[in-house]
Design a protein around this ligand. Sequence first.
Ligand code: AMP
Ligand code: ZN
Length: 130
Amino acid sequence: MSAEKAFVKDCLFCRIAAGEIPAKTVYQDEDVLAFQDIQPQAPQHVLIIPRRHIADSLNDLRTEDEQVLLKLFYAARTIARELGIEQSGYRFLTNTGRNAGQSVFHMHFHLLGGAPLGLFGAPRRSSANE
Ligand code: AMP
Ligand code: ZN
């Protein structure tokens, strides 16, 4: 993903970042946007995305984007504090590829909390083992 290709026109999260598709914003700055997940998996479920399409997934993140990556982490901390889940705890993760169930290929992070979260990482019984 080249630096010039910061907007991908058929990318859902590029379109949300551009304001073409509405979202419930919880945090924004010049590089980062965070909004409520449309299908929350926890009482608090926020998506934290770079405004620019810097990568489809973690697999193609480049070292020159390290500042944006850092800002995503700091945004998560700020949002956790603002949501009041900083002390009770939360999970911050990125799904990468098929086996992780990634469905939007604009690299992003999930911030989940507000209640004890289930264990994760166990393979689904019905799934192939690749
Ligand atoms: P992932 O499956 O890790 O790629 O995460 C994509 C997330 O985007 C899922 O949790 C979806 O529920 C969420 N999502 C899809 N469409 C929207 C939307 N229009 N607004 C907010 N969240 C969305
Ligand atoms: Zn995008």
